[in-house]
Design a protein around this ligand. Structure first.
Ligand code: AMP
Length: 786
């Protein structure tokens, strides 16, 4: 017995040790698990489809979670938004009704702010935090309404935030504990500097401040010094990046077209004096390509894991001595060999992990040399491509389509060159004409070689197995890959574009999208008929014609219904998503509510909604200019675009129509809020908030810093409060409260005692009535419940 006990103890301590080791490993892994996040945040991260943190997330999140101020050098596409949202959600945890706004995120553009709002909702889906979006495009009044719901987080563009601060007399940012300046270089580039300083001054000393920026110009560095407390600077390790002298080319094609593309690259794009390393996924592919190249008159070196040591040495030394210019390898083999610096790397199969990509291309473009990494991409590789770019913190875009090039060839091409020069990755198609030509030739070569023919099958099977066993990309990248736009021809094949083939390519692209009205049977039959040939195909024409006569109308009807549905859905999405949410929230609340409809006094008047509805029309009250002047902000995604004036139509939720807006807002040094078009909105109070307040019987409450004020809010506000300087008898300031004008529903002791007494009397009355009724044989009237 005793021995068994000891054994058990030993077993359990062993299990404990194992568990501890596992936990240690997790903590060291640098994954999301190691951050010690609460389950609500962690679950949302997994639901969002993030598998591992991106480098910027890995570096910044522990610092932010520890409470540090951080300046992070990160671009869009690096995963920076989640890097500041996850610690924010972890800090805020849940909605605190009277605490005021606790987090503020400043974005340079309306688009970026919307994107951040979307991520906030997704990552905070298991939490009840409230977020308010203050950007141009939506009316001020609808934003007042949002602010009256006591949001925990505000996501804003500086111009619109300043507009609110100047308009709402009691708006304060003193309760904000967590501030993010997102794309700070753009914020500065847009001339918001002075306003950002002003916003800083309105914040409390104890806040945590984060600044995310792609670059760090001196003005921004000064701002960081002044506004951040002992900030930690985060940059990505240079070694995780690839050489800046390495060009990256990504070509989209189909798996079966890779042979043709490879041969074309080696013959036409890569000079014969350059050495190239070709990575494939399995040893069967190494062998296959070895034989294929030899058939084509090219002598490569090869190397794979299970290769005989002597053979391997011979192959590698021939490559090192530049007797061969190509070395075909697998990842396993490449690890163990000493390869000199090279000119090019070709990824025949796309690496399933970003680190493998970096490792593969690491030997090219070193020591002052330039080089190119060519990668083939099938549709399954696209999520991996996105994961790679998150890892590299590099933006990515599709090559312009042929139709786009046809419309403005010079403009489009120079734009794409500019993007490449700025370090963006451009991926594009391999020209189909080239692939078709070379593919025919490769097929002939394979068909005429028994070795190659048998190897094709082995390769296909090996590749299937490889695909099954390789690590999966992140779910978020899978989702994003489905939304990628259609790519045009890769700009490296510009000569194809210039060579007059552009029209043909554009036509062939359109052809791919074309759905014929006739079936192939009809088309063939028509052709036979025109040649006056009688036969089975002409018989089919009649059958199909009859079928079409019967079904045409139904098909047409279904098509019409479908398109109607789509339009309806779009309109619905635009207009009623918010209303729906409100309704849903309402119905949920109804289900849980314990209130007695008859006695319950609503904090908002019963006709509140109709009032609000009227107020839509009442916009005229302020003049139509008023609404438009409330429409600020810009739609632009790069700093160049931000500078450009751009008018777009935007769906205004309040007026339920599209309004033209000069997007973007800028605040001038004089304190005026200025739209991108240069139109100025008065930064001093115009009374728009006061009118809204009167109409909606609502108000916005922002918590200050004084303890008394907090306590007062917690107690609940009493009576109206119009003047922010109004003080209590004892000289302390009175705080504004949402619905402060509504009579408190909390009863004092005397009231409770009186009501109880009334109830007892009423019950006694009821009882005596019902006994009388029974006695007299009539039904007594039912008394009202409590
Ligand atoms: P951002 O740089 O914040 O604009 O993010 C770019 C894209 O990367 C967004 O679509 C994010 O949802 C996505 N993303 C951010 N973090 C991760 C991650 N850890 N894994 C996969 N995708 C991510």
């Amino acid at each position: 017995m005793a021995g068994g006990g000891v054994r058990n103890l030993r077993v359990s301590s062993k299990a404990d040790l194992k568990r501890q080791e596992k936990q240690k490993k997790k903590a060291k892994s640098g994954g999301f698990e190691s951050l010690g996040l609460s389950s609500d945040v962690f679950r949302a991260i997994k639901r969002k489809g993030y598998k591992v943190p991106t480098p910027i997330q890995r570096k910044t999140m522990p610092l932010i979670l520890a409470g540090n101020d951080v300046v992070a050098m990160a671009r869009t596409g690096s995963g920076k938004t989640a890097a500041f949202l996850i610690p924010m959600l972890e800090r805020l945890k849940q909605h605190v009704p009277q605490s005021g706004v606790r987090a503020l995120i400043l974005s340079p553009t309306r688009d970026l702010a919307l994107q951040t709002l979307k991520f906030t909702k997704e990552l905070g889906r298991f939490m009840d935090l409230r977020t308010s979006l203050l950007v141009g495009g939506d009316s001020m009044e609808s934003q007042f309404e949002e602010l009256a719901q006591s949001p925990d987080i505000i996501i804003a563009t500086p111009g619109r935030l300043m507009h609110h601060l100047s308009e709402v007399e009691d708006m304060s940012l003193r309760s904000v504990e967590y501030v993010v300046f997102d794309e700070a270089d753009c914020l500065f580039g847009m001339g918001f500097a002075e306003q950002l300083h002003k916003i800083l001054m309105q914040l409390s000393e104890n806040r945590q401040t984060l600044l995310f920026s792609a670059t760090l110009p001196s003005a921004l560095a000064e701002f960081a010094k002044a506004g951040l407390r002992d900030p930690q600077l985060v940059r990505l390790d240079l070694e995780t990046k690839i050489s800046p002298d390495l060009k990256l080319m990504f070509f989209t094609l189909r798996q079966e077209e890779k042979h043709a593309a490879l041969l074309y690259l080696i013959r036409e794009q890569i000079s014969s004096g350059e050495q190239t390393l070709i990575f494939v996924s399995t040893k069967h592919h190494v062998e296959f390509l070895n034989v294929l190249f030899k058939e084509e008159g090219i002598e490569p070196s090869v190397c794979y894991g299970e290769m005989d040591q002597d053979a391997r040495k011979i192959h590698v030394s021939r490559f090192r001595a530049r007797k061969t210019m190509l070395l075909i390898v697998t990842d396993v083999a490449a690890r163990g060999i000493d390869i000199p610096l090279l000119d090019n790397v070709i990824n025949w199969d796309f690496p399933p992990k970003p680190k493998i990509f970096v490792h593969r291309v690491g030997r090219a473009a070193r020591a002052g040399r330039t080089g190119t990494a060519f990668s083939f991409l099938t549709s399954e590789d696209m999520p991996y491509l996105l994961d790679l770019h998150l890892f590299l913190s590099k933006p990515i875009r599709a090559a312009p389509t042929e139709d786009e090039v046809l419309q403005d060839m010079d403009g489009v091409l120079s734009k794409i060159e500019q993007a490449i020069a700025n370090g963006e990755t451009v991926y594009g198609r391999f020209p189909q004409t080239v692939l078709d030509l070379v593919s025919d030739r490769v097929r002939e070569t394979i068909d005429s070689s028994a070795d190659l023919t048998s190897m094709v099958k082995t390769c296909t099977n090996a590749f299937r197995l490889y695909s099954k066993t390789k690590p999966l990309p992140s779910k978020e990248s899978i989702r994003r890959s489905k939304e990628l736009p259609r790519e045009g021809l890769h700009p490296i094949f510009k000569n194809v574009l210039a060579g007059g083939e552009l029209m043909a390519l554009a036509f062939s692209e359109r052809l791919k999208a074309f759905r014929p009205k006739q079936t192939i049977l009809e088309a063939e039959g028509e052709a036979a008929k025109s040649k006056r040939l009688q036969g089975p195909s002409s018989h089919w024409v009649d059958v199909m014609k009859k079928k079409r006569e019967i079904h045409e109308k139904i098909i047409h009807l279904v098509h019409q219904q479908r398109s109607n549905n789509n339009v309806e859905k779009e309109v619905e999405c635009e207009t009623s998503s918010k209303e729906k949410k409100k309704k849903e929230a309402g119905s949920k609340r109804k289900a849980q509510s314990f209130k007695d409809e008859e006695y319950y006094i609503s904090p908002v008047p019963k006709n509140h909604l109709s009032e609000a509805g009227l107020s839509v029309r009442a916009n005229g009250e302020f003049g139509s200019n008023r609404l438009e002047s409330a429409v600020l902000d810009l739609v632009a995604d790069d700093s160049a675009g931000m500078q450009r004036q751009k008018s777009v139509y935007h769906w205004d939720k309040r007026s339920k129509k599209y309004i033209k807006l000069n997007n973007g807002e800028r605040v001038t040094a004089s304190g005026k809020v200025k739209t991108e078009s240069g139109a100025k909105v008065k930064a001093n109070r115009t009374g728009i908030y006061k009118k809204w307040k009167e109409r909606s019987h609502n108000k916005i409450s922002f918590k200050g810093t004084s303890g008394e004020e907090e306590a007062e809010e917690a107690r609940g506000g009493h009576g109206f409060r119009d003047n922010r300087n109004r003080k209590f008898k004892d000289g302390k300031k009175q705080r504004s409260m949402p619905n402060a004008h509504v009579r408190s529903e909390i009863k004092n002791l005397e009231q409770v005692r009186k009501e109880r007494q009334k109830k007892v009397n009423r019950n006694a009355q009821m009882k005596s009535k019902s006994t009388k009724g029974k006695r007299s044989g009539r039904n007594g009237k039912r008394g009202r419940g409590k």
